[in-house]
Design a protein around this ligand. Structure first.
Ligand code: ARG
Length: 326
């Protein structure tokens, strides 16, 4: 494929304010060092990393862990200006910049590949896909591959980490305020959402996901039914003439295979299972946008985590022409 119509445009966002530990900001550099661009060949253009938004709102003055729990709320608010969604102003600045970049790529008829960074950043890229799909009169289907649900709100989150709230916000759950500015993106319909590989849901987000009726293709279901539910989800998207956005958190893999990530959960996908799922995605001919997030290379000095991430997405990006170029 050439760099023209439907080609991929790669851009990095070296930010990890949504995660509880730092390090995913090194993800884009590690993915490039592991050969991502060579794997893409001439099929993609690399825009490098987005500049940090300026002025970047100040970081929290005091890490949450150091704030005594017994403080009066007014004193707490002074010490922890980020409130129950940590570093939200910084994250919002990144999300808006990512949304603008992804929107411009989609508007040029090409396909954005966001290299993260943590899983809060796709609040920008998915917002761009949702807006562009709506403008094209297409339903947006979202496949969230992750060990976690990321369906907390500030009210249900046990950690205050915004990467655990991103999907809920994209589906229109309240709590993150004026994150996108105007116009807010159309919310992702839970009926067009599938979560694949989930095995760690906090109680509040589990209740909310059930209430909204999203398809949770957790590890238990994958063990029982294999990839059949994913196949049905994709068939439905094809029948509806949909667009597909895939948001791939590398922690969907088992931590023995992917130690380089900040919130690992045992019992994850094998390399073969993830490759098979991605092959179904590729075969659907619907993939419009991809996020590759939560690689924290410092946690895997061997470099194997980054190399595996590259090997998994490379075939996906050699995607044949979209089913429907409209
Ligand atoms: N995409 C991720 N790695 N999310 C981790 C979320 C962890 C936990 N559920 C939380 O809300 O804090």
């Amino acid at each position: 494929m050439t760099m023209g119509g439907q080609g991929w445009v790669v851009f990095g966002a070296a930010a990890d304010w949504g995660a509880g530990r730092r390090g995913a900001a090194e993800g884009p550099a590690a993915l490039r060092a592991a050969g991502l661009l060579e794997a893409l060949g001439t099929a993609a253009e690399d825009r490098g990393d987005l500049p940090a938004p300026t002025p970047l709102p100040p970081a929290a003055l005091v890490p949450a862990a150091l704030v005594p729990a017994a403080l009066a709320p007014s004193a707490l608010a002074r010490l922890r200006p980020e409130g129950p969604a940590h570093h939200l102003p910084r994250i919002a600045a990144w999300v808006r910049a990512i949304r603008a970049e992804a929107a411009a790529i989609l508007a040029s008829g090409r396909r954005p590949l966001l290299l993260g960074g943590d899983h809060s950043l796709p609040m920008g890229s998915v917002a761009a896909s949702a807006t562009a799909a709506a403008a094209a009169g297409r339903p947006l289907y979202l496949l969230w591959m992750d060990a976690h649900g990321d369906f907390n709100t500030p009210a249900t989150s046990p950690s205050g980490n915004v990467h655990g709230m991103a999907l809920a916000a994209l589906c229109g759950e309240p709590g993150l305020g004026d994150l996108w500015g105007a116009p807010a993106p159309p919310p992702v319909a839970p009926s067009r959402l599938a979560l694949l590989g989930v095995r760690d849901l906090d109680p509040g987000e589990a209740r909310l996901l059930r209430a909204r009726g999203a398809a949770v293709l957790g590890m238990d279901r994958l063990r029982a039914e294999g990839l059949a539910p994913l196949r049905r989800f994709l068939e439905e998207a094809v029948a509806a003439g949909g667009w597909l956005h895939v948001s791939l958190d590398v922690d969907v893999l088992d931590p023995t295979l992917m130690p380089g990530t900040g919130t690992p959960v045992p019992g994850g996908l094998s390399l073969e299972a993830l490759a098979a799922a991605l092959a179904l995605v590729r075969g659907s001919g619907l993939l419009r946008a991809l996020d590759l997030v939560e690689l924290n290379p410092g946690l895997d000095p061997s470099g194997a985590s980054a190399r595996r991430a590259v090997a998994l997405v490379a075939p996906l990006l050699a995607t044949p022409a979209l089913r429907d170029a409209a």
